[in-house]
Design a protein around this ligand. Structure first.
Ligand code: BGP
Length: 458
């Protein structure tokens, strides 16, 4: 059967400023927590590639924008670096304005519609020194950043998003010790999440005033929860996982308020964040669309010996090792494309069938040069297969009425990853770090172009 997608479907790819631009401490940019942390604790990074140079896009964007056509992208997401645009939070860095304006223009000149995101884990040091998302001041600082960006680039960019995977900086920075400041404090994590949520809503509010005709959304990582069994204890664990990981941001973004069940769960475990009277009104600033990054599901079971009140999320739900799971042997994550159908139905049935898109999906592969042929092309058939499997389930969801308008892969050109450097490759183009960041097309790029041109595949 031929799988055709809706007219105007977006075929794109996603990345972010800190993972591509490089020139991390140049051209007027100030430090982010990543620049700082790599200097301070390089041993925390699994790969000795720091955040300084990444894929050198700052110098190579003109050619990269032409490459977008070569792989058939009609849509592309990246982010603005807050610390580059506002190096001290107030003053606009003109070099950044020139760079981003020209970059966005060149994306469009190549027939690609940009979607621009504001925050992708890259907290500026000037704000971190004041407490980052722990302090209420972060909300107005972010709203000011959003307003500035909408005013400076709103004539070029109509589609915006506020955050990428906001739950990730909460859990990695405040629960599991991977991202700076690497503290382990459930209560603090909830406060950080709450301020992030308010910052998102405050930026949406600014957006409506500056760009009334534009569209704004938020990008969430969706790790659909599947429970070990239908027992009430396992179900309860699954609900807690969904509330914390998915509904915490998705419900306010779409429905304009935090779900009562989440408020109750936090209260029960003495985790209620500090709020202010005007917050409920602010949270009514809902989005136009949702982006969902999907890599793998979350399998949970009831915790064996939970501490009460919960000290960590594992006191509410524990990871469960599903014996039937299929693994990506090159990255270690579970492969479960069926979840995309479930996600599509969830958006249809629980979120007003709001327009949404798959904003990241992709297959990370370590040591990918082993799949290079004699002409230097990576023969990444495994990636093509991975994407087809996921697109099949997405297509089924669309046929059953889910309002999905696009599919973005992670990623366009191999890019730097937070702790893993260049270990896991995802791109349609390979980056040769040994040879001046040279880009070379992979087989999957050629395949994607066909899919995009045909708006589907056989
Ligand atoms: C997503 C992030 C991306 C990217 C991707 C791949 O969660 O939004 O920034 O890093 O995961 O992850 P990794 O590079 O760890 O394999």
């Amino acid at each position: 059967t031929i799988k055709k997608f809706p007219k105007g479907f977006l075929w794109g790819a996603a990345t972010s400023a800190p993972q591509t631009e490089g020139h991390s401490l140049q051209n007027g940019k100030s430090k982010t927590t990543w620049d700082y942390w790599y200097e301070k604790a390089p041993e925390k990074f699994n790969e000795r590639q720091g955040p300084a140079n990444t894929s050198n896009l700052y110098e190579m964007y003109t050619e990269d924008c032409k490459r977008m056509q070569e792989v058939g992208l009609n849509s592309y997401r990246t982010s603005i670096s807050w610390a580059r645009l506002l190096p001290d939070g107030q003053r606009v860095n003109q070099e950044a304005v020139t760079f981003y304006r020209d970059y966005f223009k060149k994306i469009k000149e190549n027939g690609v519609a940009p979607i621009i995101n504001l925050f992708h884990f890259d907290m500026p040091m000037w704000l971190m020194e004041k407490g980052g998302w722990e302090v209420r001041e972060s909300v107005s600082a972010f709203a000011f950043y959003g307003k500035t960006a909408f005013e400076l680039f709103g004539d070029l960019v109509t589609d915006w998003t506020t955050f990428n995977e906001p739950i990730v900086h909460v859990e990695m920075g405040y629960l599991y010790g991977y991202h700076y400041p690497a503290v382990t404090d459930f209560k603090k994590a909830v406060q950080v999440g709450y301020h992030t949520l308010l910052a998102h809503a405050a930026a949406v509010k600014e957006f409506r005033a500056v760009l009334p005709k534009g569209k704004i959304g938020i990008i969430l990582n969706i790790t659909p929860t599947y429970t070990r069994s239908a027992s009430s204890a396992d179900q309860k664990a699954g609900e807690a996982s969904d509330l914390l990981n998915t509904k915490s941001f998705l419900d306010p973004a779409v429905h304009g308020k935090i779900p009562q069940a989440l408020i109750d769960l936090l209260a029960k475990h003495q985790l209620t964040p500090q709020t202010q009277a005007e917050d409920a009104e602010l949270l009514k600033n809902t989005v136009d669309f949702i982006g969902l990054n999907y890599y793998h599901p979350r399998r949970v079971q009831a915790p064996q010996n939970p501490t009460l009140p919960a000290q960590t999320p594992e006191d509410l739900y524990e990871p469960y090792d599903w014996p039937k799971k299929r693994i990506n042997p090159y990255r270690g994550w579970e492969i479960y494309p069926e979840a995309l159908y479930d996600v599509a139905m969830m958006m249809k049935n629980e979120y007003n069938n709001l327009p949404w898109f798959v904003s990241e999906n992709g297959m990370g592969v370590a040591d990918e040069e082993r799949f290079m042929d004699e002409k230097g092309m990576i023969q990444d058939d495994y990636r093509i297969e991975f994407m087809i499997e996921h697109l099949n389930y997405l297509h089924k969801g669309i046929e059953d009425g889910s309002n999905c308008f696009g599919y973005h892969t992670w990623t366009f050109v191999d890019c730097w990853s937070w702790l893993n450097g260049y270990r896991n490759r995802y791109g349609f183009y390979r980056v040769d770090l040994e040879d001046h960041y040279k880009r070379s097309l992979k087989k999957s790029g050629l395949w994607f172009k066909q899919v995009s041109q045909n708006n589907g595949y056989d």
